[in-house]
Design a protein around this ligand. Sequence first.
Ligand code: ATP
Ligand code: MG
Length: 398
Amino acid sequence: MKEIILCKYGEIILKGANKATFENLLLKEVRRRAAAIGNYSVRYMQSTVYVEPMDEDAELSIEDMYDQIKRVFGFAGICKAAACEKNMKEICKTTADYVSSSLPYGCSFRAEAKRSDKSFPLSSPEIAAEAGGAILRVRPDVKVDLKRPDVTVRIEVRDKAAYVHAGQDKGAGGIPLGSAGRGLLLLSGGIDSPVAGYMMMKRGLLLDALHFESFPYTSEPAREKVMTLAKELTEYCGRMKVHVISLTRIQEEIRDKCDEDYFTLLLRRFMMKLASRCAEENECSALVTGESLGQVASQTLQALCATETAATVPIFRPCIGLDKDEIVQISRKIGTFDTSILPYEDCCTVFTPKHPKTRPELEKILAEEAKLDFEALIEDAWNSRYAVTKYQFERKER
Ligand code: ATP
Ligand code: MG
């Protein structure tokens, strides 16, 4: 009996004339992952992607492939299914063999059939009734419950074959990676920014990352932590280029020349300016941050408005309306939480003011900024940049 993976489209179903663009990106992503695991055929038909092992090794690694597909944005649901010929004898035999061995003892089930091949001689209720009967013959302990079954067994009669499965997992949701263009994620070592990156990838944005460091005030392990987070995000996006820029001189100048209450805001304006430049140079059309309204003094509405004016590309803040524990939940789900809570310093926590302004006036910030040679500091920081690329499937790093 051949087991394959069926992946059902999510939002792409609603796309009109440009649906093919989304489908091609989706297929490209599944194929990229399949190539690293084994010999699989990946094709689509009727709003479903079929992933089929083409040799014994691939059959044995189907769990790994399934695990990879769980992270592909664009699918609403995925399941493993047994494929068989399109006749009732084969369908009943496959249903009895494939499904009945996985039904818990004494459970209730319901068989449901869908017939997208309308030339098939039996109707959907007839297919379901016969397949259900086949289960009862080999598993007398289970019973049928049409209203509230423990398990729903599905039989799909499609163009080329029939497929039998019980239980579908949720897909990653969202729209295919790359369908929304490119963005630049401001990646700190905290909990919020990896979550923000994940949320925007889910909406189709391919991301580069930018990390600001401040040696010797921030350490080597702090930077390594950020590289680990980037690597963890490649589980979703395949690869991520991390640009690193040093803010040391900027921070020292701010510390030496400006009013302490404005330290963080001034620094964040430098960050936005440098990030915009990095975005433009790397063909990224938006910045992505993990900011959440009211979370800290630099994330009040007034503070966000003041720092935003230093950016020259739009800023996406997908966590803006989330509570910290909602962000933590996503962070645990995507697997970045344990790294994020490692206790290393961030440049934003160096020289932090005792009484940061929560309702800053832009005029006053600009007056503080005028005490610095803004452009020269930007130029100096810009020249400190370098980049490292992380890959989901290990490759030699550039
Ligand atoms: P947490 O709030 O969980 O400690 P965070 O990453 O949200 O982590 P904040 O101080 O709230 O940290 O910073 C707000 C946002 O600014 C971050 O989400 C991130 O997008 C950006 N940011 C902060 N520090 C850095 C940094 N060192 N490099 C790049 N971006 C940063
Ligand atoms: Mg935060």
